[in-house]
Design a protein around this ligand. Structure first.
Ligand SMILES: Cc1ncc(COP(=O)(O)O)c(C=O)c1O
Length: 389
């Protein structure tokens, strides 16, 4: 079956948060896609609506089986079904875990530059952010983990949780099994809960894919909480469905009590049929999506290399978000992004929002039809030419 990734959808009509911009503006920002959802998912939701029953629901065993099968087929490691808890989103689950598993005033460790909402989950709950900033090699354009710094910060008695982004948004990095094992071993050594956000795990372009943390050796799994979700993969963020995978029964009880007491474990009417269908019938759609994204990426990299050479891509093999080094142009990505928007209507995300060295970078969402990508690239070229004048 062939899928349509080229039709320009009228996203403004759908209350889209990303498209809440002026008529002539082009957002390449918030991490959702300008593609229609897989037809199989649309059908499942139509069937659900046709039943006309929207009372409280509970998660059937088929849901957890669909998640486990998906990880076995796509990622070659099967999480146990009894390790799983439903949650209404990854961010609500992170916030709930922060509240349940750490205390007021504790440190929660992240690796900046990182998905900005992690900071909200920590700070809004009265905890402190501690960052093990990723090291950036400007020549190689590569990020790596500073493990010495990581160990120092994890060894602080006030640091009780680490939020890992695996693969990493915004830098697009897939952590190796070795790196993940080292992180998990350090968390175990210092009794730090490791929350691994794996929402971007399905969108990878390398041969091996990413490494789910629940697939690490058994000895590292006792203090691990993993969040997965179909929302990025299948562009169903508004479905509000995530699965929290906690191998250790004790810890699972705590996470589960947190989610339940805050009513974050109650599915809406779309979450169960949408997730089951995505995970049982979505393999071919995902394959086609990745092909489209690879083509988009190549088109963008060719264009940037030829026409906007002062912007450099930081190679990454995950997510539909490209991370560009703009340090040749500015050390204030916020100002640059504002200029680009005012000059041409193109909206990109300034790396500054992700902390760390983000002020030297911009993030661009490339999950759009080629016609839109092409429009975005022309605007980018004009903006950078004007900026340099
Ligand atoms: C790393 C990461 N985690 C979580 C989310 C949002 O998850 P949810 O909508 O399930 O709360 C995003 C969305 O961009 C993300 O990039």
């Amino acid at each position: 079956m062939s899928y349509d990734f080229e039709t320009l959808n009228k996203k403004r009509a759908g209350n889209s948060a990303k498209w809440d911009v002026k008529e002539d503006e082009l957002p390449m920002t918030i991490a959702d896609m300008d593609f229609k959802v897989a037809p199989e998912i649309i059908q499942a939701l139509q069937d659900k609506i046709a039943m006309g029953l929207f009372g409280y629901e509970e998660i059937p065993t088929e849901y957890f089986k669909a998640v486990a099968d998906w990880y076995e087929i796509e990622h070659h490691t099967r999480p146990q079904e009894d390790w799983m808890i439903f949650a209404t989103g990854v961010v609500p689950a992170i916030s709930s875990a922060v509240r349940r598993l750490t205390s007021l005033g504790d440190n929660v460790l992240v690796q900046a530059p990182v998905y900005n909402i992690f900071y909200n989950s920590i700070v809004n709950n009265g905890r402190h952010v501690v960052s093990n900033d990723l090291d950036y090699d400007a020549k190689l354009r590569e990020y790596t983990i500073n493990f010495k710094d990581l160990e120092e910060k994890l060894s602080d008695p006030l640091t009780n949780m680490m939020i890992l982004c695996n693969p990493h948004n915004p830098v697009g990095k897939i952590w190796t099994r070795d790196e993940l094992t080292k992180i998990a071993a350090l968390c175990k050594k210092y009794n730090v809960k490791l929350f691994s956000d794996e929402i971007h795990g399905d969108i990878t372009f390398n041969k091996e894919g990413y490494n789910p943390v629940f697939g690490l050796d058994q000895e590292y799994l006792d203090n691990v909480v993993v969040a997965v979700s179909p929302s990025k993969t299948f562009n169903v963020a508004a479905m509000h469905a995530a699965t929290i995978i906690v191998p250790n029964a004790n810890l699972r009880g705590q996470v589960s009590r947190g989610l339940n007491s805050e009513e974050l474990a109650e599915p809406n009417f779309a979450a169960i049929p949408g997730t089951i269908t995505a995970y049982t019938k979505g393999h071919d759609w995902l394959k086609a999506l990745k092909q489209q994204l690879l083509e988009n990426r190549q088109m963008i990299l060719n264009f940037v290399q030829d026409n906007v050479p002062d912007i450099k891509w930081v190679p990454g093999e995950a997510t539909y978000l490209l991370w560009f080094d703009v340090s040749k142009l500015t050390d204030d990505a916020t100002k640059l992004s504002e200029f680009i928007r005012q000059d041409t209507g193109l909206i990109v995300t300034p790396g500054s929002v992700y902390g760390g060295d983000g002020q030297h970078f911009i993030r661009m969402n490339i999950a759009s039809p080629k016609e839109m990508i092409s429009d975005g690239l022309n605007r980018l070229q004009k903006a950078i030419t004007d900026y340099q004048k």
